[in-house]
Design a protein around this ligand. Structure first.
Ligand SMILES: [Zn+2]
Length: 127
């Protein structure tokens, strides 16, 4: 059951690091739960607005440099935020990361303010 990224998702990967783009594409082929890309590269203004709104805790987001993407789970073409869907998507990202030798961090593994939709290239390998 391989999914394909929509044209809209592919457009939202503009400006994202090519290693992360490759990962998202392979994750889409591997995941048991379909997903769309909701955000990739982010402007400093938008990041500041997210921090003010409490939706982000850092002004040093990996989205600012194209090292992070956010996804939304799709079930039958509808966006779903049910938590159990996200570890399944993350498993596909982690499998793709292992295959491509691209270290990533999943926001769902953060001990505080876990962020299931968020994936970023590991700062240790991609400063
Ligand atoms: Zn994010």
């Amino acid at each position: 059951m391989a999914f394909r990224l929509s044209e809209r998702s592919i457009r939202r990967l503009a400006g994202v690091h090519p290693r992360l783009v490759a990962l998202v594409k392979e994750a889409a082929a591997l995941t048991p739960v379909d997903f769309m890309v909701t955000e990739g590269l982010r402007t400093a203004d938008r990041q500041a607005a997210l921090v003010r709104a409490g939706a982000s805790r850092t002004r040093n987001s990996r989205h600012l440099t194209g090292h992070a993407v956010d996804v939304a789970a799709l079930v039958d073409g509808q966006v779903r935020w049910d938590w159990p869907l996200y570890p399944r998507i993350a498993a596909a990202f982690k499998a793709a990361a292992a295959r491509q030798g691209t270290p990533i961090v999943w926001g769902g593994d953060w001990p505080r303010l876990r962020d299931g939709p968020h994936f970023e290239l590991d700062r240790k390998a991609f400063p």
